[in-house]
Design a protein around this ligand. Structure first.
Ligand code: SF4
Ligand code: SF4
Ligand code: FES
Length: 246
C-alpha cells in the first residue's frame, strides 16, 4: 500500500514543523519499519529512538495521530484501522509526533529526565524494615503471591501513559501514572515491608493518587495492559481502608 507519513520535525531551539514522506509498505509493517525506511532510504536526518523492536524496551514510544503507541508494536494497518474505527478520515496519511508532557530534544526524541525524576519520588524499589540485618536467604514468594504482580510488573517504562496524562499537564508536581502504578506494584509485593508508609505518603497533597483527575488516558494508552488508572483506584481503596478501618 502507498501511504504518506507526516513527521513532526523539530531542531533544537526552533519551532516544530511537519515534513511528509511517500512510502510503499505492507499493512503488517510497523510504524518503526516505516521510520527505518525513511531514515535508510530518504532522509538520514530524522531522529527517533528504537532498540528492541519487540515492545519490551520502551524506547520507541511516540504518538500516531495524537495517540501514544509503541512504533515497533503498532502496524500501519492497525493505525489506519484505529482512525477508521473512530470516524476519522485519513486519505492514506498518518502523522507521527513526539510524546507529550516532555521536552522535545529533536524530532521524535524527547528528554525523559522529568519522567525518571517523577518515578523516583515514591521509592520504586523494595523496602525492608531490617535491611541491614537481612538474612542471606532469598525472599521466596508463592506462585499465588507472584501472580498478584503479573499485570503491574509488565510496565516497560515507555512513557506512553505519561504523554497524555491530563493531571500531569496541569500540575507539574503530580508524579504521573507510571510512578503510581509502580507504588501499587510494591504494595502488592509480599516481600515489601513499607505498605503503611507508602500509603501515608499517597495521602499527602496532589503529588500522588489524589492528584489524578480520572481522565482515563493512561488506561487507554498503555501498550502493555498495566492500566495505571486501575492501580490508582486500588490504592485509593487501600487508603480508605487504612483511614477508616471500620
Ligand atoms: S504503565 Fe504502560 S504506558 Fe505507562 S510507562 Fe508503563 S508500560 Fe508504558
Ligand atoms: S487517569 Fe489519572 S493518572 Fe491516568 S492519565 Fe488520567 S489523570 Fe493521569
Ligand atoms: S523498540 Fe523497544 S519497545 Fe519499541
Amino acid at each position: 500500500m502507498d501511504i504518506t507519513l507526516r513527521l513532526q520535525r523539530r531542531q533544537p531551539g526552533q519551532e516544530p514543523y511537519f515534513q511528509s514522506y511517500a512510502l510503499s509498505l505492507s499493512p503488517q509493517n510497523t510504524l518503526l519499519d516505516a521510520l527505518n525506511q525513511i531514515k535508510g532510504e530518504q532522509d538520514g536526518t530524522v531522529a527517533y529512538r528504537k532498540n528492541c523492536r519487540n515492545a519490551i524496551c520502551g524506547s520507541c514510544a511516540m504518538r500516531v495521530n495524537d495517540r501514544p503507541i509503541l512504533a515497533c508494536q503498532e502496524s500501519v494497518g492497525q493505525a489506519f484501522a484505529w482512525l477508521e474505527g473512530n470516524g476519522q478520515t485519513h486519505h492514506g496519511k498518518l502523522t507521527l509526533s513526539p510524546l507529550g508532557n516532555l521536552p522535545v530534544i529533536k524530532d521524535l526524541v524527547v528528554d525523559m529526565n522529568p519522567f525518571w525524576a517523577d518515578l523516583d519520588v515514591f521509592d520504586p524499589y523494595l523496602l525492608r524494615t531490617n535491611a541491614q540485618n537481612a538474612s542471606l536467604e532469598e525472599f521466596r514468594q508463592s506462585p499465588q503471591e507472584r501472580a498478584l504482580l503479573e499485570q503491574v510488573s509488565n510496565c516497560i517504562l515507555c512513557g506512553a501513559c505519561y504523554s497524555d496524562c491530563d493531571a500531569k499537564a496541569k500540575n507539574k508536581s503530580f508524579v504521573g501514572p507510571h510512578a503510581l502504578a509502580k507504588v501499587n506494584r510494591f504494595l502488592l509485593d509480599s516481600r515489601d515491608q513499607a505498605s503503611q508508609q507508602r500509603l501515608e505518603r499517597q495521602n499527602q497533597g496532589a503529588q500522588g493518587v489524589w492528584g489524578c483527575n480520572n481522565c482515563k488516558m493512561c488506561k487507554l494508552s498503555c501498550p502493555k495492559g498495566v492500566a495505571p488508572l486501575s492501580q490508582i483506584e486500588e490504592m485509593k481503596i487501600r487508603l480508605f481502608d487504612l483511614l477508616d478501618p471500620l
